[in-house]
Write a protein that binds this ligand. Structure first.
Ligand code: PGA
Length: 251
């Protein structure tokens, strides 16, 4: 019913030569995969070059961030229409590294989600608690605040298209994956929150990815959980072999 969606977040890595080489390998190794939706998110500077490589393939192009104004005096920023122009279909919004290092708040994430929809980009909306928040028993309170704040005033017609990524901050780049049960618990809570906000039918439609140290050897058991609909993969998406194995988790 919900097609799994596996996306690679390349973060601040790879030059044009490296990025196009990796994209070429993925286009080849993932050709013919239809049961999983696939995306890669390179840095801004290589988007047009990678777009040329993935054009016509089943590998979609994602951006890692956007600004909410279309154009103007905002030195260093990139807008939704510019990302569309560069060949992106999706954009990651509210990644925890942006919240931690670049001052993103639920309010700025909300503006970015609205801007993504306005530009015809599908947002991958990231939420997740820190280790301290989990240890204080505040995991769901934090995730609930992030989801509600991010989706403030976003109509159901847009919310129906969103992809949510649950990424516990303590699991990102640490090698400490959430257990399938820990991930499932939060995914189910997010889905019931979406049902409260927008109704059960919409909540059943929205894909919720898990992110945080996803690897070829843990993807299959994570994907067995009923509310896990894919993954947002960082480190393991930088090598063709490991990302291919993750996407091909069904064998
Ligand atoms: P990781 O990153 O797979 O390297 O833990 C995931 C992410 O930040 O999206």
């Amino acid at each position: 019913m919900r097609k799994p969606f596996i996306a690679g977040n390349w973060k601040m890595n790879l030059t044009t030569r490296e990025a196009t080489a990796l994209a070429k390998k993925l286009v080849e190794s993932l050709a013919g995969v239809t049961q999983v939706e696939i995306g890669i998110a390179p840095v801004y500077t290589v988007l047009p070059a990678v777009a040329a490589v993935v054009r016509g393939s089943n590998v979609q192009l994602l951006a890692q961030n956007l600004f909410w104004v279309d154009s103007g005096a905002y030195t260093g920023e990139v807008s939704g229409p510019m990302l569309k122009d560069a060949g992106c279909s999706h954009v990651i919004v509210g990644h925890s590294e942006r919240r931690q290092h670049f001052g993103e708040t639920d309010e700025s994430v909300n503006k970015k989600l609205k801007a993504a929809f306005a530009s015809g980009l599908v947002p991958i909306f990231c939420v997740g608690e820190t280790l301290a928040e989990r240890e204080q028993g505040r995991t769901f309170a934090v995730v609930e605040r992030q989801v509600k704040g991010g989706l403030q005033d976003i109509p159901a017609t847009d919310a129906a298209k969103i992809v949510v990524a649950y990424e516990p901050v303590w699991a990102i780049g640490t090698g400490k994956t959430a257990t399938p049960a820990q991930a499932q618990e939060v995914h189910a809570q997010i889905r019931s929150l979406l049902a409260r906000l927008y109704g059960q039918e919409l909540a059943d439609q929205v894909r919720i990815q898990y992110g945080g140290s996803v690897k070829a050897d843990n993807i299959a058991e994570l994907m067995q959980q009923p509310d896990l609909d894919g993954a947002l993969v960082g480190g393991a998406s930088l090598k063709a072999d490991s990302f291919t194995a993750i996407v091909r988790f069904q064998g």
